[in-house]
Design a protein around this ligand. Structure first.
Ligand code: UDX
Ligand code: ADP
Length: 464
């Protein structure tokens, strides 16, 4: 089976970059990305490719190359669905904020809506690929809805989990460690569908790097990979607190530990806590699934990764308050970085949101600068937390356009995202414009202790 038309539902952090690369690497396939969010689609179609809604290094050039040739962005969802041989579902699956499984289970309502829409408008057989981060057993839900539509159209459901990390999405997509495709490999039709998707990726990924499994293994592999990665961050973050108490340096510990080839050096960077749309959500899902099978110990084991992460964020905020003589009320504190990591404008679950919220509860005045996150997004994140009114959020926290402006006349600066440009700042000048004693809190181990202390800062770094 040869794929000629692909439709992707959801033009977000996963759908957008993934489809851009497929279009670039497969000029013979027409790729249409649809979304109900008109503003987002308009931004993807903006004449100036620098205005596309997602910031990822290298992405705008790829969009420039393929857009209008075989890559299209549209709000006409029904039309694109019906034309496609293969449909990717890349809609968001946030943690439920209501009802059963509140705060833990993934909310599958957007997925279900997609499935119903596909069932309603399809007039020919299709392969449906679940691409969003989903808990295990989503494929089964999709299958149930699609198979019971009664209009005779046949669907094959595949799971193709996303392993791209934001900030490096283009490289991750171009040279993936592996591509994982789950399908009904025990049936002929299922195998055909799996092979059709293998052929799409084979345009640029070698066959040894494309794994095929059954659907459940594929779905659970995604959760497992993210749980293991998040666990490494929580493990090193747990050590960071012990390092601070004992005079060890967590970076030295991480280096020594990482040189053990059985452990490996990546993902051992201690931080103010992991963020992003996946880690917390996926682990919560894992915990929820384990609990629903009555596996209490398994659930508790993984939940501890989240508990440690919450502790790390709170501990950092508390450190600021304690250091500033136990009160930050009315004090100006600059926050550098709102994104959950560098090279992305995504802020979902970013540690900065929680640190700011904690300090605002202590009545601090917060000034934020992030090179890629908009003021609108920063306020939306705080309003979403719901700790205080929209007016209070806007009066306690301001957003500015440079690091210099953020730090001027402040008592303290907290670095919460590891943006490269923060390393290159004129820290001497920043220091000279701050109130004294001037405090600098490095939540990312971005800055050199000695250099900062020589300038005059009272310096604190995670794990040191
Ligand atoms: C993650 C997975 O890496 C990716 O494979 C999956 O598909 C989606 O979830 P992402 O959330 O984009 O990707 O970013 P990642 O690079 O994994 O970082 C997650 C968080 O952990 C960030 O807040 C990052 O700053 C933090 N982190 C990462 C650390 O604090 N220390 C580290 O050593 C690595
Ligand atoms: P992710 O990081 O998983 O890509 P995003 O929130 O960035 O998540 O993107 C998901 C996109 O899916 C959003 O732009 C949202 O508008 C879109 N979406 C959600 N439900 C539907 C739907 N039923 N039809 C079309 N688009 C949808």
């Amino acid at each position: 089976m040869k794929i000629e038309n692909i439709c992707c539902i959801g033009a977000g952090y996963v759908g957008g970059p993934t489809m851009a690369i497929i279009a670039q690497k497969c000029p013979h396939i027409n790729v249409t990305v649809v979304d109900i969010n008109e503003k987002r689609i308009a931004a993807w179609n903006d004449e100036d490719v620098n205005n596309i809604p997602i910031y990822e290094p290298g992405l705008s050039d790829i969009v420039k190359e393929a857009r209008g040739r075989n890559l299209f962005f549209s709000t006409e969802v029904d039309n694109a669905i019906d034309k496609a041989d293969m449909i990717f579902i890349s809609v968001n699956t946030p943690t439920k904020t209501y009802g059963m499984g509140k705060g833990m289970a993934a909310d599958l309502k957007f997925i279900e809506l997609c499935a119903r829409q596909i069932a309603r408008v399809s007039t020919s057989d299709k392969i449906v690929v679940e691409k969003s981060t989903l808990p295990v057993r989503t494929a089964e839900a999709l299958k149930n809805i699609l198979e019971n539509t009664g209009n005779g159209v046949k669907f094959q459901i595949l799971s193709n989990p996303e392993f791209l990390a934001e900030g490096t999405a283009v490289d991750d997509l171009l040279t993936p460690d592996r591509v994982l495709i789950g399908g009904d490999i025990d049936s002929e039709k299922g195998k055909e569908a799996v092979n059709a998707l293998v052929d799409v990726y084979a345009n640029w990924v070698s066959k040894e790097h494309i794994l095929t499994t059954n659907v459940w293994s594929s779905e659970l592999s995604k959760l497992t990979a993210n749980a293991f990665l998040a666990q490494r961050v929580s493990s090193i973050n747990a050590m960071s607190e012990l390092c601070e108490k004992t005079g060890a340096d967590v970076n030295e510990v991480a280096k020594a530990v990482g040189m053990d080839s059985r452990i490996g050096s990546r993902f051992l960077q201690s931080s103010v806590g992991f963020g992003g749309s996946c880690f917390q959500k996926d682990i919560l899902n894992l915990v929820y699934i384990a609990k629903s099978y009555g596996l209490g110990e398994v659930a508790d084991y993984w939940e501890q990764v989240i508990i440690l992460n919450d502790h790390q964020k709170r501990r950092f905020a508390e450190k600021i308050v304690k250091t500033l003589f136990n009160t930050v009320s009315g004090k100006k504190i600059a926050i550098l970085g709102w994104a959950f990591k560098k090279d992305t404008n995504d802020t979902r679950e970013s540690a900065a949101i929680y640190v700011a919220d904690y300090l605002m509860n202590e009545q601090a005045e917060i000034i934020v600068y992030d090179p890629k996150v908009t003021e609108e997004q920063i306020y939306a994140d705080l309003d979403y937390l719901g700790t205080r009114s929209e007016n209070e959020n806007r009066s306690l926290l301001k957003v500015v356009n440079t690091a210099k402006d953020a730090c001027r006349d402040s008592h303290a600066v907290a670095v919460l995202t590891e943006w490269d440009e923060y390393k290159k700042l004129d820290w001497k000048e920043i220091y000279s414009n701050m109130l004294k004693p001037a405090f600098l809190f490095d939540g990312r181990r971005l800055l050199e202790r000695k250099a900062m202390e020589d300038i005059g800062f009272e310096f604190y770094a995670i794990g040191n």
